[in-house]
Design a protein around this ligand. Structure first.
Ligand SMILES: Nc1nc2c(ncn2[C@@H]2O[C@H](COP(=O)(O)OP(=O)(O)OP(=O)(O)O)[C@@H](O)[C@H]2O)c(=O)[nH]1
Ligand SMILES: [Mg+2]
Length: 469
């Protein structure tokens, strides 16, 4: 057992890196002023000697003719191992960004021995395999490349620089401490005093760790920030939901007509609300007794609203319908026009914001204290956007302060870690089984950062790096 702990402390059991030298354009497809071509692997020096007349000073840009005969003139950068992104010998060629230049240069590299085109994500994969990045940092990098808003960029940058790695590694170190204590205790199973003492010491390590993991699991801000806050526009037919969607998106994404039951499918747009990412969905007007297609639209609208972080419930001021039809009420419980949080299973609370539309045609009734707008004239839209921004900001408030998990993969491993630790602190197991629970917990934390069982998650993560896909 001690040997097992020692093995786990030793760290990564990473796959051997293959010996090919890989090449690929690192900038997007299509013409651009400058394109970057990356090369990584043992033949990188030979490639530079063959195509650029030698290896320039390490980590300094050098203007060279590239190719024999010359294909283009550009900047050549040389990063000898191990101080490179992948940890291998690497080079970057910055050339004019036409398809012709890029493909001729890539072809010229491929014509040399021991080179091949990189697979999607292979540079990041090699960086991981050479211990330059852990899995959460690789994920952070993928998120940084995909970031659409300022807050997403900040979170992804922090993660790519190790905010989650440091947290999870510190937890795993604590856990290995408790594990070593428990296993030492097993060796003294005959001496009750010693066994009880080490068990108490292990417990003192696990209890605060469990509390920290629970707190981390309760915070959904990082996932919301990465994926975007899901806002669903719902309400009765003809209330102006699609008009509001178009006004918020500032373009005609949804069909608007005076006919009730116009929208059938859920229509989505991605918006940037003051730096915070939002996925806004327009849905079919909720009513009963309609044809088959519209009924399916209503079903989708309800399902989407159930799943939303925030529901904007639109009411028509010219025909105010304050309550939801009774048969539907069961499935939209809580969608009455009162702003409040509604608890919903497994996802914390969901906010419902009632919005009174068409106030250019009818005044808001006395006592209405929600937001009154006209999707047609734009009146009140600023107040609505400010309100949505406020809610989005508070939903994502945790992110950016403490490191928050950003993916379902993190949540899954941490729930398993937490469950094992919970079984440990319940103390209704034998010491052997308690020790086993700690091993299970440590294994899940190890999977998080990619210390163990890494092949299972690699494919999905590295596939995110297909530049220009
Ligand atoms: N006067 C006025 N008319 C509006 C306003 N907003 C929407 N309308 C009109 O109301 C009608 C219905 O608008 P939509 O946006 O299609 O309504 P909807 O809620 O998406 O309707 P369904 O998709 O059928 O559920 C259209 O004729 C719009 O031009 C508004 O603020 N003022
Ligand atoms: Mg509509």
């Amino acid at each position: 057992m001690e040997r097992q702990v020692a093995d786990e402390l030793k760290g990564p059991n990473r796959a051997p890196v293959d010996a090919d030298t890989i090449v690929a354009p690192a900038s997007g497809a299509g013409p651009s002023a400058v394109a970057v071509i990356r090369i990584s692997g043992p033949k990188t020096r030979a490639v530079l000697e063959a195509l650029c007349g030698g290896v320039p000073e390490a980590r300094h840009a050098s203007l060279r003719d590239i190719g024999k005969p010359v294909i283009d003139r550009g900047l050549v950068l040389w990063f000898p191992a191990p101080r490179s992104f992948t940890g291998e010998d690497m080079a970057e060629l910055q050339v004019h960004g036409s398809r012709a230049v890029v493909s001729a240069l890539v072809e010229a590299v491929l014509a040399l021995d021991g080179t091949r085109l990189a697979e999607p994500g292979e540079f990041a994969r090699r960086a991981f395999e050479n211990g330059k990045l852990d899995l959460t940092e690789v994920e952070g990098l993928a998120d940084l490349i995909a970031a659409e808003t300022e807050a997403q960029r900040r979170q992804a940058l922090a993660q790519s620089e190790g905010s989650l790695r440091r947290l999870y590694e510190s937890w795993r170190a604590e856990l290995l401490k408790a594990q070593a204590l428990m296993e030492a205790g097993l060796d003294f199973a005959d001496e009750a005093d010693v066994a009880a003492d080490v068990s108490a010491k292990a417990n003192a390590v696990v209890v605060p760790l469990l509390a920290a993991i629970d707190k981390h699991l309760a915070d959904r801000s990082g996932e919301r920030l990465r994926d975007g806050l899901r806002i669903v526009i719902a309400g009765p037919p003809n209330a102006g939901k699609s008009s509001l969607m178009n006004a918020l998106a500032k373009r005609d994404v949804a069909i608007v007509s005076e006919e009730a039951g116009t929208t059938r499918d859920v229509i989505e747009v991605h918006l940037d609300l003051g730096g915070l990412p939002v996925i806004l969905a327009d849905t079919a007007g909720i009513r009963e007794g309609t044809g088959q297609v519209e009924a399916e639209g209503v079903r989708r609208a309800l399902a989407r609203a159930e799943d939303a972080d925030l529901v904007v419930w639109v009411i028509d001021a010219t025909a105010p319908q304050w309550t939801v039809p009774p048969d539907i009420e069961r499935s939209v419980r809580g969608f009455e026009p009162v702003e409040r949080d509604v608890e919903h299973a497994g996802r914390g609370s969901r906010h419902v914001v009632p919005v009174l539309n068409k106030i250019d045609r009818a005044a808001a009734p006395a006592g209405f204290d929600g937001i009154a707008i006209s999707a047609k004239t734009g009146a009140g839209l600023d107040a609505l956007v400010a309100r949505l921004q406020d809610i989005a900001a508070s939903e994502m408030a945790g992110a950016g302060q403490a490191a928050a998990m950003t993916r379902a993969r993190h949540r899954q491993e941490l729930v398993s870690t937490r469950d094992a630790l919970q079984r440990f602190v319940n103390h209704d197991l034998s010491p052997e089984l308690e020790a086993e629970e700690l091993r299970i917990a440590a294994r899940h934390l190890g999977r998080l950062t990619g210390l163990i069982d890494v092949e299972e998650v690699l494919g999905a993560i590295f596939a995110e790096f297909c530049i220009g896909k």
